[in-house]
Design a protein around this ligand. Structure first.
Ligand code: NAD
Length: 358
C-alpha cells in the first residue's frame, strides 16, 4: 500500500530529528511492504527567509493532498522579534486551522527505564505515569477576536475566549473515545466557577457523557488540575480541555515525565488525516550539533501509523523498538543519567532501526 506523507522539517533541530524518523518509516515500510512517499515542504522560519511567509500557500495545499503530515519544529531566535509581522508560529496555527485539525492528542508517558528523569518523587510516580491530554486546537482564545484598545486614554489589549456547542461536542467525543480505548476515566478541565464559556463546556461534556455510560467522568477547575498533576498524577487517565488550558496542562504533564525529547503528539480532524509532531520546539541551543533526541518525532510517526494509516502492528513495533533501545541503556544527552551510554541523534536512530529489523 502507498501512503503520501507531507514532510515539514522546519527549523533548528527539526531537520535532524525528521531525518531519523524518515529512516525509521522507510525501515518499517521495507519490513511490512508499504511504500511511504514523501513530499518535503517549507514552513516556519526557513519559509519566512525563502518565501517571506511562515506558511506558503503551496505548503498548505500540498499538506491537504497528503494522507498525513510529519512536522519537525519551527522557530528560533532569528525570527523572535515580537513586533515582526511574520512569525514562525503562524505556520502552526495556519496548518491546524487550514486543515481543520481541531484535536490535539498528547500522551504523557513515563517510560520505566527513564523513571529517574521525572522531577517527581518515587512515592508519587509509583508504578508509572500514563496520561493522555486531549486538547481542543482550533477554537477558544487563541483563535478569538483580539486587539488593542484605548479606554480613557489608557492603552490596553484584549483576547476573546469563545466556544460553540459543536466545537465542544466534537472534542468531547474524541475525549470519550480515547478514554474507552484506555482506562475509561475522563477528567474535563475548565474554569466554570468564573467563565461562561466553561459553563457551556461543562454542560456539553455532561450531555456527551450520557452516550458513554462506561466512562467515569469528573470535572476539575484548571487551577486545581495544575496542582493535582504534580500532587497525584496517577489519578488521571484522559484529560479533555480547551485550547489554552490544554496548552499549559499538556506541557505540565510532559514535564512530570521528565523528558521533552521523548513525547509525541497528533493533531487530528475529521476522518483519518492528521499532523504528527514532537511536542518540543526547535531547540536552537543544540541545533546542528547532532545531539538532539529524535525519539519524540519517531514516536509521532508511530502515532501516524496508528491513527492515519491504521497500521497497529507497525506502530507497536516502533514503540517496542524505542523501549528496547532505552532498556539497553542508550541515551541522548537530554535523558542521560549515570551508568548509561551517551549517543547522538544519528546513533540512537540507527539503534531503533536495528531493533525494528531484529
Ligand atoms: P524547545 O522545546 O525548543 O527547547 C527547550 C529545551 O529542551 C532546550 O534546552 C532544548 O535544547 C531542549 N530540547 C528540546 N527538544 C529536544 C530534543 N529533541 N532533544 C534534546 N533536547 C531537546 O523550547 P524553547 O527553547 O522554548 O523554544 C525554542 C524555539 O522553538 C522557539 O522559537 C519556539 O517558538 C519554538 N517552538 C516551536 C514549537 C513547534 O514547532 N511545535 C514548539 C515549542 C517551541
Amino acid at each position: 500500500m502507498n501512503y503520501k506523507i507531507a514532510v515539514i522539517p522546519g527549523d533548528g533541530i527539526g531537520p535532524e530529528v525528521v531525518e531519523q524518523t524518515v529512516n525509521v518509516l522507510n525501515c518499517v515500510g521495507d519490513k511490512f511492504n508499504h511504500v511511504f512517499e514523501y513530499e518535503y515542504l517549507l514552513a516556519g522560519g526557513c519559509a519566512i527567509d525563502e518565501k517571506g511567509t511562515a506558511l506558503p500557500e503551496e505548503t498548505l495545499e500540498s499538506c491537504k493532498k497528503a494522507d498525513a503530515v510529519l512536522l519537525g519544529a519551527v522557530g528560533g531566535p532569528k525570527w523572535d522579534d515580537p513586533n515582526a509581522k511574520t512569525r514562525p508560529e503562524q505556520a502552526l496555527l495556519g496548518l491546524r486551522g487550514g486543515m481543520n485539525l481541531y484535536c490535539n492528542l498528547r500522551p504523557a508517558l513515563l517510560y520505566a527505564p527513564l523513571k529517574d528523569a521525572s522531577p517527581l518523587k518515587d512515592s508519587i510516580i509509583g508504578d508509572g505515569i500514563d496520561i493522555c491530554v486531549v486538547r481542543e486546537l482550533t477554537g477558544g482564545i487563541y483563535f478569538g477576536e483580539r486587539g488593542r484598545e484605548e479606554i480613557n486614554g489608557i492603552k490596553g489589549a484584549y483576547d476573546t475566549e469563545r466556544y460553540n456547542i459543536e466545537e465542544v461536542r466534537r472534542i468531547a467525543k474524541i475525549g470519550f473515545e480515547t478514554a474507552m480505548k484506555r482506562n475509561k476515566k475522563l477528567t474535563s478541565v475548565d474554569k466554570a466557577n468564573i467563565l461562561e464559556s466553561s459553563r457551556l463546556w461543562r454542560s456539553v461534556i455532561e450531555e456527551v457523557a450520557r452516550e458513554y455510560p462506561e466512562v467515569e467522568v469528573n470535572h476539575m477547575y484548571v487551577d486545581n488540575a495544575a496542582m493535582q498533576l504534580v500532587r497525584d498524577p496517577r489519578q488521571f487517565d484522559v484529560i479533555v480541555t480547551s485550547n489554552m488550558f490544554g496548552d499549559i496542562l499538556s506541557d505540565e504533564a510532559s514535564m512530570i515525565t521528565g523528558s521533552i525529547g521523548m513525547l509525541p503528539s497528533a493533531s487530528l480532524g475529521e476522518g483519518t488525516f492528521g499532523m504528527y509532531e514532537p511536542i518540543h520546539g526547535s531547540a536552537p541551543d543544540i541545533a546542528g550539533k547532532g545531539i538532539a533526541n529524535p525519539l519524540a518525532t519517531i514516536l509521532s510517526a508511530s502515532m501516524m501509523l496508528k491513527f492515519s494509516f491504521n497500521l497497529e502492528e507497525e506502530a507497536k513495533l516502533i514503540e517496542t523498538s524505542v523501549l528496547k533501545v532505552l532498556e539497553n541503556g542508550y541515551r541522548t544527552g537530554d535523558i542521560m543519567s549515570d551508568g548509561m551510554k551517551l549517543v547522538g541523534t544519528k546513533e540512537i536512530g540507527e539503534l531503533v532501526l536495528q531493533e525494528i529489523l531484529r
